[in-house]
Design a protein around this ligand. Structure first.
Ligand code: HEM
Length: 347
């Protein structure tokens, strides 16, 4: 079901790119994926309830996400609450729109006793194993808002960076194309095909190693000692996958993009927490499986149809948000693979 929704929405995006490919016009890689993953998320969360609300919801989620930009978040906390701040007003407006929609759907589902098998139903009909209690509307709202925010721009960054790195490394891109062609034979990927695309999967893992979420934080409830350092209770402990993923003593030449690092024989003996883009422990990412499924399906399907190219010398800087974003538009030009084959430029 999830794989079908992803395939369906990805197909529409790839069809839209045909106009760009025929004119040699670049796409905004991250912008495209933002819209795509949002569509997938809304369809899996709310299934049939979206009709008539798509545009309003899309705009609200994008505004909500914009405020999650760490830089603007830091800037806005310096201002007192009474100070007129158009960014904050737009953010509050977006939150109200999303809440209105969530409460309407929850209310209607409760009244009609409907179970659509989507995320709203899952939360609505879940029972606490010990107490047998269900979630109240506020808890459901909080869960849905978290998923909307957490399940959206992280995966967009992961896929946009994968495309960028493939464009910068033609040898990698070529191996991906060969694997996708020989494994799928021009057919859309099915869930059971995914493990067979082993090299392309390593490309995705390596892209997320190079560009993971840059930090998240923990607050210890009591004093602790970690690696000989005293960590006082209530302090802010900042953990950075970005730093760990670039430790030379673990990764060799960490700045080099090398998907074969993830070959089983080269991964042997690597410490368990050398790679943690999805965090670890009880608060780790609940969407890691969904994220990998989305990344795999989208990267495979795009590689079947297009070769994405970057302008010569294009080297974007980094913008530290919750995940790691490029500091400029990731403009990549799609070239139809059919025309590459005709021109004999398949290598
Ligand atoms: C490549 C894509 C993704 C990456 C790198 C990623 C990374 C992370 C990280 C590092 C955390 C933990 C933050 C912490 O420990 O404080 C997290 C939490 C979370 N993620 Fe993801 N995520 C991704 C995709 C997704 C998707 C697709 C979904 C949902 C569909 C999702 C849902 C969540 C939720 C709900 C949490 C909060 C868990 C909690 O606090 O208990 N994530 N994610």
């Amino acid at each position: 079901m999830m794989a079908e929704i992803i395939a369906d929405t990805t197909r529409s995006m790839l069809e839209r790119w045909e106009a760009n490919a025929s004119r040699g016009q670049a796409i905004d890689a991250r912008g495209e994926i933002i819209l795509l993953t949002l569509e997938i998320l809304l369809r899996t969360m709310f299934s049939g309830d979206l009709i008539g609300y798509e545009q309003e919801l899309r705009e609200a989620v994008i505004e909500y996400e914009r405020h999650m930009d760490l830089v603007s978040a830091v800037n806005s906390v310096k201002l007192p609450a009474w100070f007129p701040n158009p960014g904050r007003r737009r953010f509050q407006g977006a939150v109200r729109t999303l809440e209105r929609f969530i409460f309407r759907v929850v209310d209607e589902r409760r009244r009609m006793q409907t179970d659509n098998g989507d995320l709203v139903s899952l939360l609505l009909w879940a029972r606490d194993e010990e107490t047998g209690e269900s979630m109240n509307d506020r808890q459901i709202r909080d869960e849905l808002m978290t998923v909307l925010q957490a399940g959206h721009d992280t995966v967009s960054d992961a896929i946009a960076w994968t495309w960028y790195l493939m464009a910068k490394h033609p040898d990698v891109r070529q191996r991906v194309e060969r694997e996708v062609d020989s494994t799928l034979g021009g057919q859309p990927p099915r869930f059971e095909d995914l493990p067979a695309l082993a090299y392309t999967n390593r490309v995705i893992l390596e892209s997320i190693r190079v560009y993971p979420p840059w930090v998240f934080a923990r607050t210890p409830v009591e004093d602790d000692v970690i690696g000989g350092y005293h960590i006082p209770a209530k302090s802010l402990v900042v953990i950075s996958p970005y730093v760990t993923h670039r430790l030379p003593e673990i990764w060799g030449n960490p700045e080099i993009f090398d998907p074969d690092r993830f070959l089983p024989e080269r991964s042997e003996g690597r410490p368990r927490f050398a790679y943690y883009p999805f965090s670890a422990g009880p608060r780790q990412c609940v969407g890691a499986g969904v994220a990998m499924l989305e990344a795999q399906m989208i990267v495979f399907m795009a590689a079947q149809k297009y070769r994405l190219t970057a302008p010569p010398g294009f080297s974007p800087g980094l913008r530290p948000r919750i995940s790691l974003t490029a500091d400029c538009t990731l403009s990549l030009t799609p070239i139809s693979r059919r025309s590459c084959a005709v021109a004999g430029a398949d290598a």
